[in-house]
Design a protein around this ligand. Structure first.
Ligand code: NDP
Length: 491
C-alpha cells in the first residue's frame, strides 16, 4: 500500500468475503473533505441487501471457516500482524484519516494510527492470558466454565476517531474467534476501507472481517441492528442513536455494548498546579477540534483563582494554530462537516446570549472553503445554560466558577452524561471525595486522557451501557458455557 493509494482512492466499496464489492443497488454517495469542501470519494451506499450478504459471509466464516477453530495463539499471531501492517502503512493511513476527518496530521500520525495498531497488539497479547474456570465439586465431579465466541458481531462506529474506534472493537471481537461486520460512519469511510486489504494481507480468512458502508438510520446501520444472524452490537456514537439501536435490537435480542456521548467536566481547585492544569485544560477542550467524547468540554474553576485562570486561558486560546490539517504545525483542523459546523455555531450563539464570548467562535473564511472555526472561550456563564449541559462536540469551552466542593459536585452531576472528568487538586482527601461522588465512568486526578488498555472503559448514566477495554471487551465478545462432568466412582 503506497501513500499515493490513499489520496487516489475515488471509489469506496464494501468489503465482503475478502473482496471489495459494489453495493447491490449500485448507489453511491459523496465523501467530502472537511478542509476544502470538495468531494474526495464516492462511497458505497450499502443497504439491507448488502448487510444480508455480509452476514451470510460472516456466518459461513464462523460456522465452517478456520477462524474460531484456530488456537488462540494462531489467531492472535495473525491479529498481531494486522497491528504491524498498520504501523508499516502508518503514513498512508494517517493521510487518509486526516483528509477524511479534517483532524491535524500530527493527531493521525502520533495518535490515532499508532493507537489503532496498539489495539491489535494489546488484544492479541491480552486475549491469550484469558483462562477458563474449573470447579471441583467433589472427588468425582468437576464443573467447567468455558468461554465461547458469540458468532457474527455488528460494529458501528462514529466519525471522530474512525480507525482507532473501529480497531478498538475489531481486535477483541476477532481475538475471541468471532467474525464481524463493521458499519463505519458515513462521513469517514476511508481507513476502514484500507483496513480490509491489510486484514487480508495479514491472513485473516475471508468472511471474518466485513465492511458495509452506508447510512445509519433506515439503512445499513439499522439493517445490521435488526439482522437475525447478528448476535451482538458494539456501538459508539450519540446517546440518541444508542436509544434507537436498543429499540431496534430488541426483537432479535442482541447483546449490546454502548459507548455514548459525554460532557466531560474539567475541575480546577485553588490548590492545583496551574502550570499543568491550564495547558491540559486547553488540550482537553480543543484537541481534535473538540470532537472527542472524553473532551473536557466545561471547565469549573474555583472562584478565588477564576480571573487568573481565565486570563491565562485566553492568552493560550489565542495562540492555537487553526489551519490546513495536512500542515504539520496545525493544532486545530477543520470541523467534520457543514452540518456539524452549524450545530457548533448555534451553541456559540447560545453562549453569547447566556454568557460572554471572550474569544473565537468565528468562521475562518480566509482559510478557504473548509469548515474552519476559531476556538471559542466563553465566560460568565451559568452551569444551567445549554452550552454547559449538552454535548456540542466542537471547540467551545465554557468557564464556570464555583465556591465550594459540595456545590461543585452537584453542578458536575447535573448533566445526563457521566463519561469522564478531570480533577486538579493536590489535596489527597479531596481527590478521594470528589472522585467518589462524581458520577463518571472515568475520573482523572491531575491528568487527562490517560488510560491503560487493561482498565474498563465506558460511561455511567446516559454515557453508555456496559464496558469495553481489557477483559471487559473480551467478555462482551464471548459468552460462557458451563459443562458439568460427573465421573464414575469406583476404584
Ligand atoms: P452517531 O450516533 O450519529 O453515529 C454513529 C454511528 O451510528 C454512525 O456509523 C452512524 O451512521 C450510525 N447510526 C446512526 N443512526 C443509526 C441507527 N438508527 N442504527 C444504526 N446505526 C446508526 O454519532 P456520530 O457519528 O455523530 O459521533 C459523535 C458521537 O459519538 C458523540 O456523541 C460522541 O460523544 C460519541 N462518541 C462516544 C465515544 C465513547 O467512547 N463514549 C467515543 C467517540 C464518540 P451515519 O454515519 O450514517 O449517521
Amino acid at each position: 500500500m503506497s501513500s499515493a493509494v490513499a489520496t487516489e482512492i475515488k471509489t469506496i466499496d464494501n468489503f465482503i468475503q475478502g473482496q471489495y464489492k459494489a453495493p447491490k443497488k449500485g448507489e453511491y454517495f459523496e465523501d467530502i473533505d472537511p478542509a476544502t469542501g470538495k468531494a474526495i470519494a464516492k462511497v458505497a451506499n450499502g443497504g439491507a441487501e448488502d448487510i444480508d450478504e455480509a452476514a451470510a459471509a460472516a456466518k459461513l466464516a464462523f460456522e465452517q471457516g478456520p477462524w474460531p477453530r484456530m488456537s488462540m495463539q494462531e489467531r492472535c499471531a495473525i491479529l498481531r500482524k494486522v497491528g504491524d501492517l498498520i504501523l508499516k502503512n502508518l503514513e498512508t493511513l494517517a493521510i487518509a484519516e486526516t483528509v477524511d476527518t479534517g483532524k491535524p496530521i500530527s493527531e493521525s500520525r502520533e495518535g490515532d494510527i499508532p493507537r489503532s495498531a496498539q489495539n491489535f497488539h494489546f488484544f492479541s497479547d491480552y486475549a491469550q492470558a484469558l483462562n477458563d474456570d474449573s470447579y471441583s465439586v467433589n472427588a468425582n465431579e468437576r464443573h467447567l466454565a468455558i468461554r465461547e465466541p458469540l458468532g457474527v458481531a455488528g460494529l458501528i462506529t462514529p466519525w471522530n476517531l474512525p480507525l482507532y474506534l473501529a480497531t478498538w472493537k475489531i481486535a477483541p471481537c476477532l481475538a475471541m474467534g468471532n467474525s464481524c461486520i463493521l458499519k463505519p460512519a458515513e462521513w469517514t469511510p476511508h481507513t476502514a476501507n484500507l483496513l480490509g486489504a491489510l486484514m487480508q494481507e495479514a491472513g485473516v480468512p475471508e468472511g471474518v472481517f466485513n465492511v458495509v458502508n452506508g447510512f445509519g438510520a433506515k439503512s445499513a446501520g439499522e439493517a445490521l441492528t435488526t439482522h437475525p444472524d447478528v448476535r451482538c452490537i458494539s456501538f459508539t456514537g450519540e446517546t440518541s442513536t444508542g436509544r434507537a439501536i436498543m429499540g431496534a435490537a430488541a426483537s432479535t435480542l442482541k447483546k449490546l455494548s454502548f459507548e455514548l456521548g459525554g460532557k466531560g467536566a474539567n475541575i480546577i481547585f485553588e490548590d492545583a498546579d496551574l502550570q499543568e492544569a491550564i495547558p491540559t485544560a486547553i488540550r482537553a477542550a480543543y484537541r481534535n477540534q473538540g470532537e472527542i467524547c472524553l473532551a473536557g468540554s466545561r471547565l469549573f474553576v474555583q472562584e478565588s483563582i477564576y480571573n487568573k485562570v481565565r486570563d491565562e486561558l485566553l492568552e493560550r486560546v489565542k495562540q492555537i494554530r487553526v489551519g490546513n490539517p495536512l500542515d504539520e504545525k496545525t493544532q486545530m483542523g477543520a470541523i467534520i462537516s457543514k452540518e456539524q459546523l452549524q450545530k457548533v455555531q448555534s451553541y456559540i450563539e447560545i453562549g453569547k446570549n447566556d454568557g460572554k464570548l471572550l474569544f473565537g467562535g468565528e468562521r475562518l473564511t480566509t482559510l478557504g472553503e473548509g469548515n474552519y472555526l476559531s476556538p471559542a472561550l466563553i465566560s460568565e456563564i451559568d452551569n444551567k445554560s445549554r452550552v454547559c449541559q449538552e454535548e456540542i462536540f466542537g471547540p467551545v469551552l465554557p468557564l464556570i466558577p464555583f465556591k465550594a466542593e459540595e456545590e461543585l459536585v452537584e453542578m458536575v452531576n447535573s448533566t445526563p452524561y457521566g463519561l469522564s472528568c478531570s480533577v486538579w487538586t493536590n489535596d489527597a482527601n479531596r481527590q478521594h471525595r470528589v472522585s467518589r461522588d462524581i458520577k463518571s465512568g472515568i475520573v482523572w486526578i491531575n491528568c487527562w486522557f490517560a488510560r491503560d488498555l487493561r482498565t474498563p472503559f465506558g460511561g455511567q448514566k446516559s454515557s453508555g451501557v456496559g464496558r469495553e477495554g481489557g477483559r471487559w471487551a473480551l467478555e462482551f465478545f464471548s459468552e460462557m458455557k458451563t459443562i458439568c462432568f460427573r465421573y464414575k466412582s469406583g476404584q
